[in-house]
Design a protein. Structure first.
Length: 345
């Protein structure tokens, strides 16, 4: 696999890996571009996504076709992002673009992608944040599916009848809250309390007191692992919550989050449930773990798995078209849903 990392102004500025001699039977090399933030506040997100791409490419490469990855760090700049798309298509002749990640940047390249007619794989976090574009290929475990799985399990398996929602004052937090409440109402169950908090947690104590008064059987906290952990420990220290079921998004799939809670929270008092993007005992997750560790040398997270799954699915189809952009779009099924994802063109 040949991988290049470049800025929008210095193509191929850093060659990350040297390509080995091509086998005699190799029919061709297919170039694929990646639009990722490898610096700035989303650097960690971009690096995780890139690890997912690398592991997928290593899986699909064979003696017939190899994928050559050209990575652009768009530095969270919309103008550089659009310029990067032009360069990937016109200078690098890529057959597919992966990204931008985060998917919120996809609106900045909407017209550019359409004018260049380049298939572009994105990973939206919600149906409501995924713009329609004939050249966007969407692979996601959306907010709507996460809350659907959570509520179904809480009501049907754990037998929860009353719920509380404590969500951050962010766009994503609002989407999670609305979707969760909608799913609870579908089951005819009661939402006893809904409250928001500032991301710095400056006003969280007041909301915790409210939750102690209404005593919901289940509490949904659609936030990252770090803040969710702080909130849950505050609840443990300040109020009695009995056998409350805590529910959270797939960002709770964090080894440190689970380890910290396991050592500091009595399992008989707390029951913690999160929307597991993967199923930890499933064959696909076990196989991915083994492959990822062999390729990357580290343990994967949910983002690496999501990017790996989506990228592998599309690259397999691209390989079947011998790198044809038009055939790729024609061969992708218009909408495919699974227990863990939604795949749509």
């Amino acid at each position: 696999m040949l991988v290049f990392i470049s800025s929008s102004t210095n193509l191929y500025s850093q060659q990350m890996e040297t390509e080995t001699k091509e086998p005699e039977r190799l029919k061709g090399i297919i170039r694929v571009g990646c639009l990722l933030p490898l610096s700035g506040k989303y650097e960690k997100l971009g690096s995780s996504a890139l690890r997912g791409v690398f592991s997928a490419v290593e899986k699909v490469n064979d003696h017939n076709y190899n994928f050559q990855i050209v990575v652009k760090d768009f530095e969270e700049d919309a103008a550089k992002l659009r310029k990067s798309v032009f360069e990937l298509v016109n200078e690098d002749n890529v057959s597919l673009i992966i990204g931008p990640i985060p998917s919120s940047y996809s609106k900045d390249v909407y017209s550019t992608v359409a004018s260049l007619k380049i298939p572009t794989l994105i990973f939206p976090v919600s149906y409501n944040l995924a713009p329609e574009n004939p050249y966007f290929i969407k692979y996601s475990f959306p907010i709507e599916k996460q809350t659907e799985i959570l509520v179904k399990h809480a009501v049907e398996v754990v037998k929860v009848n009353t719920f509380g929602v404590l969500y951050p004052k962010t766009t994503i937090g609002e989407l999670f809250k609305n979707s969760f409440v909608k799913n609870v109402k579908k089951y005819g169950k009661e939402v006893k309390h809904v409250a928001s908090y500032d991301p710095d947690l400056s006003d969280i104590d007041t909301e915790i007191e409210w939750l102690s008064l209404v005593e919901p059987q289940g509490i949904f906290i659609p936030d990252g692992a770090s803040r969710s952990r702080k909130i849950m420990l505050k609840l443990k220290n300040k109020v009695y919550i009995g056998n409350t079921l805590f529910m959270g998004p797939n960002t709770w799939n964090s080894a440190s989050f689970q380890k910290d809670l396991g050592s500091r929270i009595d399992a008989e008092i707390f029951k913690v449930l999160f929307t597991d993007y993967f199923y930890t005992k499933s064959e696909s997750w076990v196989r991915f773990n083994e492959h990822f560790r062999a390729v990357i040398g580290d343990d994967p997270g949910f983002l690496e798995f999501q990017v790996y799954e989506g990228t592998k699915l599309v690259l397999d189809k691209l390989k079947g078209t011998k790198g044809s952009r038009d055939l790729l779009l024609k061969n992708i099924v218009r909408s495919v849903s699974g227990p863990r994802y939604n795949f749509k063109k």
